[in-house]
Design a protein around this ligand. Structure first.
Ligand SMILES: C[S@@+](CC[C@H](N)C(=O)[O-])C[C@H]1O[C@@H](n2cnc3c(N)ncnc32)[C@H](O)[C@@H]1O
Ligand code: SF4
Length: 369
């Protein structure tokens, strides 16, 4: 498995919690940015022509905020230059309030077959306080425009004074909109964002309170048929995100555009976060990488374990043995004994017990080399 990620670093406004590479004030650079993206696509495709890609993901920022023709041209170029597999999963992130019928038709026509919508909350007052650009009604309208498509919805927990009924209302709205997949993200207070001040003021729920909201969401989603397959991700049968599963399986991926990361043949490299710098590099016929490292030995193992233990399937013991030439249960005999209460061990897997997946970090740390 391998995936292609395209970063679109533009948004209408900045949400109060967000430190992703997105620059509302630089939307006037969108055309120049996409022209460079096409150049980067051509070069990388030439370099990676031996690889087949099963997923393409346009994320951001807000890809749906920019002119849909730019998005269409970028996807067409990818399909023309890279080996994109037949039946590939092709996702675009959408912010409610940024699409109309025409845009949706164009997305479908060029080949997008999965639509990931940032809802965050069903509470209009909350959405306004997060500086979101939409309300709950606009979310439903976006879903109506998409019709019976493969829709994923992002929900946030751990927000100021958030109660279970808001989480329930948000999940209910996502279900009403036809979500086949729901991601539940616990708020990370990012330094430099307005939300960080809220955090410093002690106004955010405690870790235990957020864990309770998570537990509620997990159980409620389970009851509705959305099965957890990774700590933050839930899906109706078969609607897993193939793109994200590839990350968790430590598959290869190439990232295009500002701030995008790649991991190919155990070399991880990342593009600059600055739009101007990105444009300058590409216009000078260079890649825009500003960081590159070779991942070797135990680090590969640690990444494999860390990513696999975030998933409900856990570590596949055959795969571990085939990849690293050792038996996981022998190699980590002491750690497995120590953490035994939190682990489920089957014939061909080791996974974190369902009740402890949310606090997986504290368990995983013991298995890192
Ligand atoms: C790139 S955004 C999704 C698309 C679009 N920009 C939007 O916000 O609707 C990815 C998701 O990450 C989540 N997210 C962003 N910043 C976060 C933070 N600080 N803590 C937790 N989740 C966050 C939000 O749920 C958001 O929908
Ligand atoms: S719309 Fe998405 S990417 Fe843009 S600022 Fe908000 S959360 Fe961040």
């Amino acid at each position: 498995m391998a995936g292609i990620y395209v970063h679109v670093p533009f948004c209408k406004h900045k949400c109060t919690y967000c430190d992703f590479a997105s620059y509302p004030r630089e939307i006037n650079k969108a055309e120049a940015y996409f022209a460079c993206l096409l150049k980067e696509i051509d070069s990388r495709a030439q370099e990676l022509k031996h690889m087949v890609f099963d997923t393409v993901y346009f994320g951001g920022g807000t890809p749906s905020f920019v002119n849909a023709n730019l998005i269409g041209a970028a996807l067409n170029r990818i399909k023309k230059t890279f080996n994109v597999a037949q039946g590939a999963e092709i996702t675009i992130e959408i912010n409610p309030g940024t699409v109309d019928e025409e845009k949706v038709e164009l997305y479908k026509k060029v080949g997008f077959n999965r639509f990931s919508i940032g809802l965050q909350s069903a509470d209009d007052k909350r959405l306004a306080s997060l500086n979101r650009i939409h309300d709950a009604q606009q979310f439903l309208h976006t879903c109506e425009l998409l019709g019976d498509q493969n829709i994923s919805v992002d929900v946030m927990i751990g927000l100021k004074e958030q109660q279970k009924d808001e989480v329930k209302k948000t999940i209910d709205l996502a279900v009403k909109g036809g979500a086949k997949h729901i991601s539940v993200y616990a708020l990370t207070p990012e330094e430099g964002t307005p939300m960080f001040t809220t955090y410093l003021n002690g106004e955010l729920p405690s870790e235990d309170e957020t864990a309770e909201l998570y537990d509620f969401a997990y159980r409620y989603l389970d009851k509705l048929g959305y099965k957890r397959y990774e700590v933050s991700n839930f899906a109706l049968g078969g609607y897993y995100s193939r793109h994200n599963l590839n990350y968790w399986k430590r598959g290869e991926y190439v990232g295009l555009g500002v701030a995008a990361s790649s991991c190919i043949e155990n070399r991880r490299f990342t593009n600059t976060e600055k739009i101007d710098e990105y444009i300058r590099f590409i216009m000078n016929d260079c890649y825009a990488e500003i960081f590159s490292e070779k991942i070797e030995g135990d680090e590969i193992k640690s990444e494999f374990i860390m990513l696999a233990l975030r998933t409900s399937a856990g570590i596949n013991l055959d795969k571990y043995k085939n990849t690293f030439g050792v038996d996981f249960l022998c190699e980590f005999k002491e750690e497995v004994a120590l953490e035994g209460d939190y682990l489920d061990i089957g014939e061909n897997f080791v996974k974190i017990k369902d009740d402890y997946l949310y606090v997986q970090n504290q368990i995983i740390i013991n298995f890192l080399k």
